[in-house]
Design a binder for this molecule. Sequence first.
Ligand SMILES: C[S@@+](CC[C@H](N)C(=O)[O-])C[C@H]1O[C@@H](n2cnc3c(N)ncnc32)[C@H](O)[C@@H]1O
Length: 325
Amino acid sequence: MSGGSLFDIGSFISRAKSEEFWPDLRSIVDENSTQSAIVEAVIEKSVNSPDWAQKFYRTPLPNVKDGSLNFASGVPDIAYTLRAGLLNAQTLDAFWRKHREPKDSYKVLDFGCGSGRILRFPAEFGDRIVVRGCEVNEYAVNWIRENFPCAVDRIERPFDLGFVTEPVDLIYAWSIFTHFSEREHLLWLESLAGKLAPGGIMLLTFKPLTMVDRIETDPAYRKLARAEKLSVAELKEKAANGYLFYECYDAERSVQHGVDPVTFGNTFIDVGYIRRYWRRFGDVVEIGTAVEGYQDVVVLKKRKVDGIAGWVGDRIAVLRAALGV
Ligand SMILES: C[S@@+](CC[C@H](N)C(=O)[O-])C[C@H]1O[C@@H](n2cnc3c(N)ncnc32)[C@H](O)[C@@H]1O
């Protein structure tokens, strides 16, 4: 048997159409409505009726206006959070299905799950997966632990994933490698790759370096990128090796929420840099769109060769990366 999914939209729609929920949605949609219309109806109903939402999702919605729960994450708007979480889960599912190895069931890790914007969907509507989350923000970890039907661990020390005791088939990190400093991101990649089963997949979103130009031309984006006080010329100079990182979070609040403001800020990476340096952690099998105009995603697949052949293959990849060939 093989299959399984990170987020099964079919089971989401079936739940919406079940006797328990459909009568409440009938004033917004009907049998002939599209899947996206039904998703929007569920969001509308959830926003207007938190009790209904809690029954539908089985887990409470996060208070997106709580700055401690959502520190360094998200937009304080629950409709946006639900819509983006679902769409992002669907996007991850599509990339994963395309590249994974067939198995009966899969172990999945959400690295940097925040308050579960995406994790909610695999945890509730995943098929043949065992998903868990991890996060540095203790407040968010405790909230997920109390409310979600899946495990979550607190990352206590940099690069230490000791709580992952068995190889994982899929690791996804959404809006995480969009924030690390260069050194930090390489060490985290190494640590994550070490937890991946042979043939396992990492799906890692990043902001392409080409988007730095938008800081100059689009004031709303400049604000979103927390780059209001920065000179684009200086940023471009900083990005000379294809990796741009700048600090952008309030130091005191970051530390309070487990985030290191010196190594976690805002990051743009050149696709050439990724192709050159990330292959030491696996094969970059695809780079695609995660959210058009905002983030792309790297599909990194762990090589399957074990033993001496695998070791030699990895060393060659490291050497080629160092030589840029
Ligand atoms: C932009 S949010 C993304 C959250 C979630 N992945 C999502 O898409 O909703 C970034 C998250 O990274 C977490 N974070 C900060 N430093 C981290 C680290 N060193 N390792 C893992 N997560 C970290 C923050 O606490 C925050 O929840």
